[in-house]
Design a protein around this ligand. Structure first.
Ligand code: M6R
Length: 593
């Protein structure tokens, strides 16, 4: 949540920071701002909402050093006053934060008593005033920033532009991500390397509490607690530099949904020898946990399902924010598998930090190379889906699930079969993504778009698919879609069904199909408008008012079943005129708790 960018070098700094912010906009789009160092002064430009201003319209001088921020509001409304970066009273420095100052109330009260004045409702302004307070006590500006930072509680990463020293940026990382890019005579700082990978792939990742000071094209890293200089390692990013553009599509979401034809294959592009170390670790672990939040949580659930049902692995699937009661029983010889797109989700990282502390082994299934979770893990599996920009996750979900399927099948000696199944699903998807399919789904959108409450029934292999399908639609249509296990129906949920309520049933050709047909009959008898989603075998069943056939997908049919919901979500949101890629109130990377 929130994106930070900094630049010092030979190019026009506002251009680089603006480009970087545009790339990082998925992290928050409530407001944005850029501050440039112009001789001994700071010039600022801020705006509410998405980045619409082009570089040519930006009223900022061409300079060599700037910082920027794109905001997802935590403390204080979405206003120009609350938009970052925040300037100091004397205008000597300006600061932006990604995170939350958990102890901001006592700090603010303390500063107010000392007559410091506040103009915004943000927690970030507290950091500005703390630095002001420290400048009267410390010798160097770096020590003032350090002194202030050490008073903060919570996960917060800050970036500060100092006007008194030429091309001087200081950043401190704690919890929220930060990476340095080293170009030729230029340096970049950003919450995600994607902001600058078109210029350099040489990066430095930081530990929590690292302080980075840039002066021109030189930098040094310090331990923010002790102030001592630290050594660093330059890493070359392997991932192909992918141009983040919508191409011919109106929205990233549709582009990313259609990419699944290829991304599922890339996710399983591992040799058996590369998967074996994780299998061996799973075999010798005392207990295995798998965790992830939101869509990644549903992917964890689906992976756990494959591991239990295919390879008889005893695995606990726990959401990271519900992990508290498990922490006392987590042991050194346990394995924790984290599932995440960004690799930066605060709740998930917190569980891993605890696991690290007690010495449990960590494995991950993530999309972003070099992300915090990726770096924290001993067993690292990248799913290589490429940048996912739309806030609503689509291609990463299916990639994580197919990787889980490959893992489960490899454990029982069916690695080759799993790879073949993924390949066959990939070519089936090539045909499935057609105008005919889109028109059929749009036909359903016309029938249901006026309704506000919807239900999705799934069971067994499709239980998590029902939850993910519902989340996808909620996120961008803002309609109340509820997914649940068909088994729950008669235990209460059926009370919600009345005339015309759309109820979706996910049906695979498996031992649960009879139960699902009966459940559909039961809701239909109470007036529901029933939609079947799944194997074409059930297309002609009388209990369905509408049917969305899905590619066969063999053992992967459950994963394939999520795709019509992704498309339905997309076409429904478009028909409602909603912001598809940047839905209200959300951000792609949830780096605060
Ligand atoms: O980056 P992560 O996969 O760890 O993110 C977890 C969730 O925040 C994320 O899946 C969220 O639920 C998405 N908006 C889903 O579309």
């Amino acid at each position: 949540m929130c994106g930070i960018v900094g630049y010092s070098g030979k190019q026009n700094s506002s251009k680089i920071v603006l480009e970087g912010l545009k790339t990082l906009e998925y992290r928050g789009y409530d407001s944005w701002g850029i501050a440039v160092q112009d001789k001994n002064q700071i010039k600022i430009f801020k705006e509410i909402g998405e980045i619409k201003t082009k570089l040519s319209m930006l009223p900022l001088p061409k300079t060599s050093c700037a910082i920027g921020h794109t905001r997802w509001a935590t403390h204080g409304g979405v206003t120009m006053t609350n938009a970052h970066p925040h300037i100091s009273t004397t205008k000597d420095f300006i600061l932006a934060q990604n995170g939350i100052v958990e102890n901001y109330t006592p700090l603010k009260n303390m500063l107010k008593k000392k007559n410091y004045k506040f103009k915004t409702q943000t927690d970030t302004e507290v950091i500005v005033r703390l630095i002001e307070q420290q400048t009267n006590k410390e010798d160097t500006f770096r020590d003032s920033v350090r002194g202030a930072f050490n008073m903060l509680e919570g996960r917060n990463t800050i970036i500060v532009l100092n006007s008194k020293q030429k091309e001087n940026i200081i950043a401190v990382k704690n919890g929220s991500p930060l990476v340095l890019g080293i170009g030729k005579d230029e340096l970049f700082l950003a919450s995600d390397a994607l902001a600058f990978t078109r210029y350099t792939k040489d990066v430095v990742f930081f530990d929590n509490l690292d302080l980075i000071e840039i002066k021109g094209n030189k930098f040094k890293i310090y331990d923010s607690r002790t102030g001592k200089e630290k050594k660093y390692k330059i890493t070359k990013l392997n991932s192909k530099v992918e141009e983040v553009s919508k191409g011919k599509y109106d929205h990233f979401m549709l582009k990313e949904i259609l990419e699944q034809k290829d991304t599922i294959s890339k996710a399983v592009n591992y040799k058996l020898e590369e998967i074996k170390p994780l299998i061996e670790e799973m075999k010798k672990s005392n207990r295995i946990y798998i965790t992830g939040a939101g869509t990644a949580g549903f992917a964890s659930g689906q992976i756990a399902y494959f591991l239990r049902s295919i390879s008889k692995v005893d695995i606990l699937d726990i959401r990271p924010y519900d992990f508290t009661s498990y922490l006392p029983i987590l042991k050194k010889d346990d394995l924790v598998i984290a599932v995440s797109q960004s690799g930066e989700t605060a709740d998930t990282i917190e569980v891993l930090e605890y696991a690290q502390e007690i010495g449990s082994t960590i494995a991950c299934i993530v999309n972003v190379e070099g992300s915090t979770i990726h770096r924290m893990s001993e067993f690292k599996y990248l799913i290589h889906a490429g940048p996912e920009i739309c806030v609503a996750s689509t291609k990463v979900f299916t990639s994580q699930c197919v990787f889980g399927y490959l893992l489960a099948k490899s454990m029982v000696g069916e690695y080759t079969e799993a790879r073949e199944e993924v390949e066959s699903m990939s070519s089936e998807l090539g045909e499935y993504f057609s105008e005919k399919t889109f028109e059929h789904i749009k036909g359903l959108v016309k029938k249901i778009r006026g309704r506000n409450h919807f239900f999705i029934l799934g069971k067994d292999q499709n239980a998590y698919i029902a939850l993910e399908g519902a989340l996808k639609i909620k996120e961008i249509s803002y309609k109340h879609f509820e997914g649940f296990s068909a088994g729950e129906l008669k235990h209460g949920v059926i009370a919600l069904i009345d005339k015309g309520t759309p109820v979706f049933t996910i049906i695979s050709d498996d031992m649960c199909s009879k139960d699902l047909l009966s459940a559909t009959e039961e809701v239909r008898a109470r007036g529901a408008y029933t939609v079947g989603v799944g194997s074409s075998k059930f297309k002609g069943e009388e209990c369905f008012d509408y049917f969305l056939p899905v590619v066969k997908g063999k053992g992967l049919s459950s994963i394939a079943n999520v795709i019509p919901f992704q498309l339905l979500s997309y076409f429904l949101a478009v028909s409602l005129g909603n912001s598809v890629d940047k839905p209200r109130n959300l951000a792609k990377s949830v780096t605060v708790k």
